[in-house]
Design a protein around this ligand. Structure first.
Ligand SMILES: Cc1cc2nc3c(=O)[nH]c(=O)nc-3n(C[C@H](O)[C@H](O)[C@H](O)COP(=O)(O)OP(=O)(O)OC[C@H]3O[C@@H](n4cnc5c(N)ncnc54)[C@H](O)[C@@H]3O)c2cc1C
Length: 520
């Protein structure tokens, strides 16, 4: 639609109330702009929404709270204290890996994990320390020098020190090669490669840069906000409302308007028009560009998207049990079958896997508030190729397979204790988030989809920006939140150029690049 809106306003419209939308809106409002968030769902949080059923409270998406420094800085930016906004606990063990010969607990902290590594492979304890020292360098350079750039083009990275630093990021070494330089035992390789699997690409295709995730996992810790991951959303909404952000739920944007030169508002699916001085879209990039913008303002065509490597989709089950399962930890990775054939179905053949790896989260092991007394709240996740079509049998088949594998490991059948089940897969990702091919978390973090090779944050339509997990820096809760901050800064600069100045000066100056003070 190439509609025209003539009304003039200084309000910024933010499409979507996931982490990126909440962060964008809060930073812009903190800087003194008037901001309204339009969200199609009736609740906030996007992929991190929650729902209640039969006395259970289920987080719908993310379950791993990693990179606590990012959240800490976020709340500090708004004069808040992350520990007052949420009751965070560090998990120890961080998680359990279930191999075919039984479970292995992954303790919190580098020294404790090094002892585990040493027991499995002689010399691997020291190698882990060496690996993490390099991973720490990557984390610090990545977080201080790279993630907060809008990545419009390569010139942003051309400063000499940045180039020097980039060479230390091992962009051109694969994660797989980097891991094998340090370890040989298959169990250790699986433990080290696990965080990368959730980044959406095979370790062979992921730059060694992302060993920064291992540093985040092992050294910065795996945390949990009591009440559930949606507590982060609630805390961010409180912060946003304190800045004056207006939330408008059940408001699906059907088109983005322009006045011929620049973004001028949106049309909702009920036909209502809302004028805007600028628009920031944080819904899935493909959906926004291909369906909400007229062709003349699209930077990418369908062919571009068809060539992208999307992150996997996921088959999810939210399960309520009328019994407890103390054998499980909060996070459980079932690596009891070889990953090779499963990975092939996701990245090469785009097919349904046999004997897939899966993940089980049991937040009620930590937090009794998310399940009725004596019950267990479980979340199962199987990563799957994006774009798969169902024939109606898969959900039951994989559910039964998970339960059978759990029965083998736990020595008892959980089936008689199931009191609630809901599943969620490609179809729901498409229906609820307009997600391209039903992907769960955006684009895979391959080298050719990193930094300025990602879809651009600045739209071809002046006055419009994109944020969220498909833009820089990438998928995951902390990166989505950072992308919102960067998009807010870019939008602030655009508004300033238009002469739309913030209403009041505040401590967040969007005209300068914010150098985060991450601690290693
Ligand atoms: C199953 C799963 C598990 C995950 N696990 C983890 C984890 O453990 N740790 C971690 O850090 N990350 C995890 N992630 C990734 C993380 O959840 C996402 O990267 C992050 O939530 C994305 O936030 P976002 O704001 O970019 O997008 P979204 O959360 O998708 O927000 C976009 C919002 O835009 C809205 N919207 C879309 N189109 C329109 C429209 N036309 N009009 C109005 N509103 C619209 C949507 O309804 C949505 O609310 C997981 C993701 C999934 C799906």
């Amino acid at each position: 639609m190439n509609a025209t809106s003539t009304s003039s306003t200084d309000e910024v419209l933010v499409l979507g109330a996931g982490f990126a939308g909440l962060a964008t809106a809060s930073y812009l409002a903190k800087a003194g702009h008037r901001v309204r968030v339009l969200e199609r769902h009736d609740t906030l949080g996007g992929r991190a929404r929650k729902f209640d059923a039969e006395g259970f409270t289920f987080d719908m998406g993310p379950s791993w709270y990693w990179m606590p420094d990012v959240f800490e800085r976020y709340f500090t930016d708004f004069g808040a204290d992350v520990n007052e906004e949420m009751n965070l606990v560090r998990l120890d063990p961080s998680y359990t890996v279930w191999f075919d010969d039984g479970p292995l607990e992954i303790p919190a902290g580098l020294d404790a994990l090094a002892e585990v590594f040493e027991r499995i492979e002689k010399g691997a304890g020291q190698k882990l320390q060496d690996f993490m020292a390099e991973a720490e360098v990557k984390y610090n350079i990545g977080m201080n020098k790279f993630v907060n750039k809008p990545a419009h083009n390569a010139l942003e990275f051309a400063e000499w020190q940045t180039v020097v630093d980039a060479t230390r990021l091992s962009l051109f070494t694969s994660f797989s090669a980097f891991a094998r330089k340090h370890f040989t035992h298959p169990k250790l390789l699986q433990i080290i490669e696990f965080p990368v699997l959730f980044l959406g690409a095979k370790p062979e295709d992921t730059p060694a840069l992302y060993s920064l995730m291992n540093y985040a996992d092992t050294c910065l810790g795996t945390w949990y906000p009591m009440g559930g991951m949606n507590e982060i959303v609630q805390a961010m909404v409180r912060v946003a409302e304190r800045q004056g952000v207006i939330f408008q739920t059940s408001s699906e944007v059907a088109a983005i308007l322009d006045d011929g030169d620049r973004a001028s508002g949106v049309v909702l699916n009920n036909g209502r028009r809302i004028a805007a001085a600028a628009v920031v879209a944080t819904g899935d990039y493909h959906h926004v560009e291909q369906t909400l913008l007229p062709p003349k303002w699209r930077r990418y065509d369908q062919k571009y998207w068809d060539k992208r490597t999307m992150s996997p989709s996921s088959l999810l089950y939210y399960v309520g049990l009328n019994t407890q399962v103390p054998e499980l930890q909060h996070h459980n990775l079932f690596f009891d079958t070889p990953f090779g054939p499963h990975a092939k179905t996701i990245y090469d053949t785009n097919s349904w896997p046999d004997d897939p790896l899966f993940y089980v989260s049991a937040p009620s092991r930590t937090d009794s508030s998310v399940a009725p007394k004596g019950c267990e709240n479980l979340f199962f996740l199987i990563p799957l190729a994006p774009g798969l079509k169902e024939d109606g049998t898969e959900r039951e088949r994989y559910f039964q397979e998970i339960l059978t594998r759990l029965e083998t490991h736990l020595g008892r059948d959980l089936r008689p204790h199931i009191v609630y089940t809901r599943s969620f897969a490609h179809k729901e990702f498409e229906e609820e988030y307009s997600s391209f091919k039903g992907n769960a978390y955006g684009l895979a973090n391959t080298l050719r989809q990193t930094a300025f090779w990602k879809p651009k944050m600045r739209s071809k339509l002046p006055g419009m920006h994109f944020a969220g997990q498909l833009t820089t820096p990438g998928p995951g809760v902390p990166p989505s939140l950072i992308s919102g901050e960067v998009a807010a800064r870019e939008t602030g600069r655009y508004l300033n150029r238009l002469g739309i100045m913030p209403r009041e000066a505040t401590s967040v100056d969007l005209s300068v690049e914010h150098e985060p003070s991450f601690q290693g």
